[in-house]
Design a binder for this molecule. Structure first.
Ligand SMILES: CCCCC/C=C\CCC/C=C/CC(=O)SCCNC(=O)CCNC(=O)[C@H](O)C(C)(C)COP(=O)(O)OP(=O)(O)OC[C@H]1O[C@@H](n2cnc3c(N)ncnc32)[C@H](O)[C@@H]1OP(=O)(O)O
Length: 306
């Protein structure tokens, strides 16, 4: 245990050195005015919808935080709340996670305004909500199916990695992967581990280094998604329902125990390390270097749109 703590302390020092100046005051970072990236807190009440069908045992969780289902703190809390609500209904055995945005975007990952020029009081709570969402979804007793009808970068990819099965629309414009390195940041260890577990060490190593966003065909080849549906085909929902029914046919206790076999260790690891993980994140993301890179990335996104 003491070895583990001192190694982690060493890692924190390393990240601090990577960012040349420690972020202390938001005024230090007010270089650019990015008017389109200014929102922080949003209303908790209309970000997701949960539709439970006791007859089939399947619940569908639809995300609709416009414009891109990016994960603000409230959005993550809403998704976590909906997962727990579905779990509390003993008739429900399966959960389909999908987006109901007209654009089809599954999720654009973490809300970048939470990371750029962050509210320092909110930042640890934001990260804890991200950890909690991972724990709730990855550790759910329900069989979980991600129905991915659009792009799923970074934490959007994490949402799908935390499910038991991933179905994606076969549209080359819809990409998926952990692209954090392109933003000058890095996925937390528990998210990187999910990637390694799903696509294997070598694929994950390369993809994490390069920040690769896989097309659906590439994602299928590396095993990042399990099945593709022809673009424009509305049957992605039907396929998700069919898969859910297949999982439901497995006796629940055996299904949950099988899941525990492969996920229990990672879940216990983060559960016992949340404070340190949060401290690490806050000190890393607030370094001047990371803030500068995030600022440039946001500008690039805004320019690309124009
Ligand atoms: C133990 C310690 C840990 C150590 C590590 C510490 C720290 C780092 C860990 C941090 C982990 C981060 C994980 C993340 O999730 S970071 C977020 C990464 N996300 C992205 O890179 C996605 C960026 N977005 C896109 O690529 C595209 O928007 C798209 C999702 C592919 C959709 O493209 P398109 O259909 O063309 O739509 P637009 O680009 O026009 O976007 C529509 C709309 O949405 C806004 N937006 C998009 N993404 C985000 C976002 N992530 N946050 C906030 N807002 C976003 C975009 O600006 C447009 O807005 P407007 O319509 O208002 O202009």
């Amino acid at each position: 245990m003491s070895v583990h703590v001192s190694q982690s302390a060493h890692k924190i020092q390393l990240w601090r050195r990577l960012g040349s100046v420690q972020y202390r005051d938001s005024s230090l970072l007010q270089r650019q005015h990015l008017s389109s990236f200014s929102s922080k807190a949003d209303r908790n009440d209309d970000l997701v919808t949960l539709e439970a069908s006791p007859d089939t045992g399947v619940a569908t969780l639809r995300m609709h935080r416009s414009p891109a289902n990016s994960l603000s703190m409230e959005m993550m809390q809403s998704i976590s709340g909906a997962i727990r609500k579905a779990e509390s209904d003993r008739k429900i055995q399966s959960l389909i996670l999908t987006s109901s945005l007209p654009s089809g975007i599954f999720s654009a990952g973490l809300e970048l305004t939470e990371l750029y020029q962050p509210d320092l009081a909110r930042l640890p709570k934001f990260w804890e909500s991200f950890q909690q969402l991972y724990l709730d979804l990855y550790g759910s007793r329900l069989s979980t199916i991600a129905s991915i009808g659009g792009p799923a970068p970074a934490a959007g990819c994490m949402l799908s990695l935390s499910c038991d099965y991933r179905i994606m629309t076969d549209n080359p414009k819809c990409t998926i992967g952990l692209n954090e390195s392109q933003l000058g940041i890095v996925a937390p260890p528990w998210l990187a581990q999910q990637y390694i577990d799903v696509i294997g060490n070598r694929n994950a190593e390369l993809a994490l280094l390069l920040g690769t966003l896989f097309t659906p065909q590439q994602a299928l080849t590396v095993g990042l998604v399990d099945e593709l549906v022809c673009s424009g085909d509305s049957s992605i929902d039907e396929m998700a329902q069919r898969k859910a029914a297949e999982f439901i046919r497995i006796p629940p206790k055996a299904r949950v125990a099988a899941k525990e076999l492969t996920r229990g260790t990672q879940i216990a690891k983060l559960s016992g390390n949340r404070e340190e993980d949060t401290e690490f994140f806050c000190s890393f993301v607030t370094t001047d270097t990371v803030q500068k890179t995030l600022g440039s990335y946001l500008e690039m996104l805004a320019k690309r749109k124009k």
